[in-house]
Design a protein. Structure first.
Length: 390
């Protein structure tokens, strides 16, 4: 009997969880994915999702029986459903079937909010391990196990490597060492987001609270972390949804301006700050912005002048028109001036005429326009590039 149940999103109580990002294990079967994923989930108190186990649970039969009756495409379709559902969850450990990475949509979904761990072993080691307990159908026909592994890895290997954030050889490390290496890698993930801006990071860690108090701001500012991503994505998407004469410019709300991967990329490129307030349920994120310093070689419109870039700007729609946005722009300009920047640069979508007017009142002037070519647009859009002398 085929089950139509979806994944249980109630995770066990977490113990010392480094962040809310997912941990994904990829690699050929026999590299130790299931064993190590199970132990990591237990150590961190996270929910474990095995795509192979979940497929068999829903289908009510072994994968070998399913493939024999319906073929590999049927199995891959079921696998993709589970990958998509798992990608929408937070703080889970995902044990991927060896071929799950073959579909681009699976890779895109899973990388959205995850650290990907690639487990490897020699072809001979894998062949020896899977020979002891393997009822999966052959992927290539009648070749020997080592030959089949070599052929399949010729296709999957580059995909595994491209998707992986960390690679661990289970030939070189035993199970306990591998588990600890994974936990160390996930613990470091948040810190590495800011590896490109160490000087700014030191300054902000020391001065952020002082700056907000000195400027008498009605909120607190702090550095964003990967734990904030689930709250930042809908906040940013909502801020970039706008109407122009009643016609929406975007097709999909969830793809509008930010997903988890793009927020992480913004963290890598420059500091992402969040504005917070204390509410009934504790700290609430009410706004965010990215601050990035631009050198003259990066194409700044300012020639020899030094610039800062202010972007990824969003304020909780329920609090707009209360001056929070103006205060956040002012703070970004204050930071830039303190850092010796001559100009602040921003970019605004041309259809958002109210924002163009708003920035104009704050002293920003247009200096260029560039086309915005994105698959989720329903009509032609441009970015209006604006700047302000500080």
């Amino acid at each position: 009997m085929v089950s139509t149940e979806r994944l249980d999103k109630t995770a066990p109580e977490k113990r010392e969880v480094p962040s809310s990002i997912n941990i994904i294990f990829e690699g050929y079967r026999g590299t130790g994915k299931s064993t190590i994923a199970t132990l990591v989930a237990e150590r961190l108190g996270r929910q474990l999702i095995s795509t192979d186990v979940e497929v068999e649970r829903r289908e009510g039969r072994k994968i070998s029986d399913m493939v024999a009756e319906f073929g590999w495409n049927h199995f891959r379709d079921r696998e993709s459903e589970i990958c998509h559902e798992a990608s929408l969850m937070e703080g889970v450990v995902i044990d991927l079937g060896g071929g799950a990475v073959l579909r681009e949509e699976n890779r895109r979904d899973l990388k959205r909010n995850a650290v990907v761990i690639l487990l490897t072993a020699s072809n001979e080691t894998i062949a020896e391990r899977i020979s002891m307990n393997d009822d999966r159908p052959s992927l290539t026909g009648s070749k020997s196990a080592v030959e089949e592994i070599a052929d399949v890895m010729g296709i999957r290997g580059p995909i595994y490597n491209e998707m992986a954030d960390h690679t661990i050889s289970t030939d070189e490390h035993d199970i306990e060492e591998s588990v600890q290496l994974v936990i160390d890698a996930v613990t470091r993930a948040s810190k590495k987001l800011y590896r490109k801006v160490p000087e700014l990071l030191r300054i902000f860690q020391a001065d952020l609270q002082h700056v907000t108090k000195e400027r008498n701001l009605p909120f607190q500012m702090r550095l964003a972390t990967v734990d904030d991503i689930p709250a930042l994505v809908p906040l940013i998407c909502a801020a970039y949804l706008y109407e122009n004469e009643g016609e929406m410019a975007f097709k999909q709300r969830e793809r509008v301006r930010a997903d988890a991967e793009s927020v992480v990329e913004a963290m890598r490129e420059g500091l992402v700050l969040v504005a917070t307030k204390q509410g009934d349920e504790g700290e609430q994120i009410i706004g965010c912005m990215q601050y990035k310093e631009i050198s003259s070689t990066e194409g700044s419109a300012s020639g020899q002048e030094t610039s800062a870039y202010f972007g990824l700007f969003a304020v909780d729609q329920r609090l707009q028109r209360g001056g929070i946005g103006r205060d956040m722009v002012g703070l970004a300009e204050w930071i830039a001036e303190a850092r010796g920047r001559d100009l602040m640069e921003i970019q605004v979508v041309d259809k958002s005429t109210h924002l163009l007017d708003w920035y104009g009142k704050l002293g920003y002037e247009e200096f260029a326009r560039v086309d915005w070519d994105a698959p989720f647009l329903t009509k032609a859009c441009q970015f209006v590039l604006m700047q302000k002398h500080l």
